[in-house]
Design a protein around this ligand. Structure first.
Ligand SMILES: *Cc1c(COP(=O)(O)O)cnc(C)c1O
Length: 474
């Protein structure tokens, strides 16, 4: 065994050999090793040699030749390349899930990306009033446009919608009761539950009704001097079908007025675009919800709105003013990049058609079946042209999802590109594509690997081909 250890090359010899090996080695899309700082490469070569020592201990090798520089070089280069990639990276989303929380939810419109660049590359009037030359408020930049688009009296923005719900409850309901239907005590992913958020705010939950049915009288009977507010939570990530009843927003608003209690609506994925034409059900837009008269409405910035991660709070000025003054607000505030992206996105909504065309989330959700069929044909053509030897490529009808807990159980028609490797399994392909540059995430449908053109842009088709080529030659 000591002979095997001695056969391992020294770090310096390995570094020199890598520098020579590198130029010929990178596959399309990969970073050349020569472009990496030598200190970084040294660290990863050391890491690789540690792996080899471990393998010697485990009895993986039986002859010193297996550990020669020549024999180890390809694996060493691959190890160094993989280890020196940034951890947080771009991926290709071939899943067809538009608002994919694990893949970063919404993509920003070009103008929003440009606004972020401008905001972080230069000084700005973030908290500076250009009319007076004195200190200003960061919220002033988006409040007016939020009110203009939603029709609300006032508004503010915090880190995300979970923060928005917590802040609203902390401000209006701390130490008192909030009445909420049992059918709306939802978990919103990552084991994050509405009841737990509420408890953290210090509000006490007064649950009413049954899981499948809650009536107006259930709310009314629960109202006492302890009651601070009535809360509705949009059950955005699942649907109850069958024997089911929830109280409508109009009924809740009337009840709140009668008892002098604020009505809070957590919309979750608030949308400004009316998707009813797509057959996505009859979810009201934020504008319609605000018009129904609840006191405070909260929703996410990066779900179907298609902006940056943010929690948007709009409603009556008296409540919003109190929320703004809550010290917790300072801890949940948004940064200048979010503010820039949100303002730029909101400005697009002043013209609904412009918003539909330029906000990627909206254009992906509203892409027509014909358009997707054409794009699937182009993608399939490209893959068979580039990689016909390695894969069989066909097309099939399929369904995409909006995602992000929006429009649950509602499918959007699409055409899937089915990619079948000639020499290995679809499961193996899915696995290998997680380690390409860039990684490509697809889905398995009936044991076939499929890509949905809805969430891949035309400009990404060559990258898809490149990732598949890397996977085929692994
Ligand atoms: C998604 C969601 C939230 C949380 O929003 P984030 O922006 O992810 O923090 C809260 N409530 C509901 C109903 C949701 O759907």
């Amino acid at each position: 065994m000591s002979q095997l250890y001695r056969a391992l090359p020294s770090v310096d010899r390995a570094l020199d050999a890598l520098a020579e090996y590198a130029p010929a080695a990178p596959r399309k899309g990969e970073v050349a090793l020569a472009a990496l700082p030598r200190a970084l490469v040294r660290e990863h070569v050391n890491g690789f040699l540690d792996v080899c020592r471990e393998e010697i201990r485990e009895g993986v090798y039986n002859a010193p030749e297996q550990l020669s520089l020549q024999a180890l070089l390809p694996r060493m280069a691959a190890h160094v390349r993989a280890a020196s990639r940034p951890h947080f990276r771009r991926v290709l989303n071939g899943t067809g899930v538009v608002v994919h929380t694990n893949l970063g939810r919404s993509l920003l419109a070009d103008v929003a990306v440009e606004a972020v660049r401008e905001a972080c590359a230069h000084y700005s009037n973030l908290e500076f009033d250009l009319a007076t030359g004195e200190r200003g408020s960061r919220y002033s930049h988006v409040e007016r446009i939020l009110c203009q688009v939603t029709g609300a009296e006032a508004g503010l923005v915090v880190n995300n919608n979970a923060a928005a719900v917590m802040l609203v409850l902390d401000t209006l309901c701390k130490g008192r009761e909030v009445i909420v239907s049992r059918g709306q005590l939802v978990e919103i992913g990552g084991s994050f539950r509405i009841p737990e958020v509420m408890e953290k705010s210090g509000a006490r939950l007064r649950e009413v009704g049954a899981t499948n049915r809650t009536h107006l009288r259930d709310y009314e009977n629960a109202i006492t001097e302890e009651t601070a507010a009535l809360l509705r939570v949009h059950t955005s990530n699942y649907r109850i079908v069958g024997f089911h009843k929830e109280v409508t927003l109009d009924e809740m608003v009337a009840l709140g007025r009668k008892h002098g209690l604020p009505v809070l609506e957590d919309l979750g994925s608030g949308s400004f675009h009316d998707f009813t034409a797509l057959g996505l059900g009859d979810e009201p837009t934020v504008q319609q919800v605000v018009a129904a008269g609840p006191d405070v409405v909260t929703f996410s910035g990066d779900k179907v709105l298609g902006g940056p991660q943010a929690g948007i709070i709009v409603g009556r000025k008296e409540w919003i003013d109190r929320i703004k003054k809550n010290p917790m607000n300072r801890a949940l505030r948004i940064d200048k990049m979010t503010l820039a992206a949100l303002e730029a996105t909101m400005r697009l909504y002043v013209d609904p058609e412009l918003a539909r065309r330029s906000i990627p989330t909206l254009s992906m959700v509203t892409a027509t079946a014909e358009e997707l069929r054409r794009r699937a044909r182009r993608l399939a053509g490209r893959i068979s042209r580039d990689l016909g030897e390695a894969f069989t490529v066909t097309m099939q009808d399929g369904a995409s999802r909006v995602g992000g807990g929006s429009f649950p159980e509602r499918d959007l028609r699409t055409t899937l590109v089915r990619v079948t490797p000639r020499d290995f399994s679809a499961t193996e392909l899915k696995q290998r594509l997680l380690d390409t540059d860039p990684p490509l995430v697809g889905r398995l449908e009936e044991d076939a690997f499929c890509l949905d053109p809805r969430t891949l842009s035309d400009g990404e088709f060559p990258l898809v081909s490149m990732a598949l080529e890397q996977a085929a030659t692994r």
